[in-house]
Ligand binder design. Structure first.
Ligand SMILES: N[C@@H](CCC(=O)N[C@@H](CS(=O)(=O)O)C(=O)NCC(=O)O)C(=O)O
Length: 207
């Protein structure tokens, strides 16, 4: 397969990517890096920003998880049907990134002391995506077909349902979106795979 993901043994910042690749019928190779090997520093020196994940697409070597999504969006027709839709897809993906960064900060920096407050504040962020999905009859964030931003929102919602299983209960559009995405045959199969289930969401074992 043309795609190779190099990353730690976590879903982390490749969660949405793997769901998107699966749904788009793509296969890929995984190169799993142990934290022990990573600390030796040799691989880190070869990474443009000194970090993983890395995505190879043939001879193209990319870093930055959202760059992967945009690249695949362009290649597989999941970036809107014109520049206007593409701009809106970028906007919502950036909004998902804001939520993801809040989640990652809580998970890695103040899970024990900050989890409850994070969950309490969560509706203030989820309501924004609820409003978007409630407005767009297609069931996707933008236009009438799936985009990379949908995969990113879907994956971040799955992670939040692990953190707080009831967090979508007062957001029917988000709940319906998760159900709709989860029932897409290739996504359903991937979410049921050992490859998916055997990876922890985050690198510190907290979820
Ligand atoms: N903006 C980058 C962030 C990548 C990043 O934070 N990588 C972490 C691992 S993870 O948080 O994505 O799991 C890393 O390489 N950490 C090791 C290091 O910085 O030496 C992206 O979106 O890909």
């Amino acid at each position: 397969p043309p795609y190779t993901i190099t990353y730690f043994a976590v879903r982390g910042r490749c969660g949405a990517l793997r769901i998107m690749l699966s749904d788009q019928g793509q296969e890929w190779k995984e190169v799993v890096v142990s934290f022990e090997d990573w600390t030796k520093g040799d691989l880190k020196k070869t990474c443009v920003f000194g970090q993983l994940p890395k995505l190879q697409d043939g001879d193209l070597v990319l870093f930055q998880s959202n760059t992967f999504l945009r690249h695949l969006g362009r290649k597989h027709g999941a970036y809107g049907k014109n520049d206007t839709e593409a701009a809106l897809i970028d906007m919502f993906n950036d909004g998902v990134e804001d939520l993801r960064n809040k989640y990652v900060k809580m998970i890695y920096q103040d899970y024990d002391t900050g989890k409850e407050a994070y969950i309490k504040d969560l509706p203030n962020h989820l309501c924004k995506f609820e409003a978007v999905l409630a407005k767009n009859k297609s069931g996707f964030l933008v236009g009438d077909s799936i985009s990379f931003a949908d995969y990113s929102l879907f994956e971040v919602l799955l992670n939040h349902q692990v953190l707080s299983p009831t967090c979508l209960d007062s957001f029917p559009a988000l709940k319906g979106f998760v159900q709709k995405m989860s029932s897409r045959p290739k996504i359903k199969a991937f979410l049921n795979s050992d490859a998916y289930k055997n990876l922890p969401i985050n690198g510190n074992g907290k979820q």
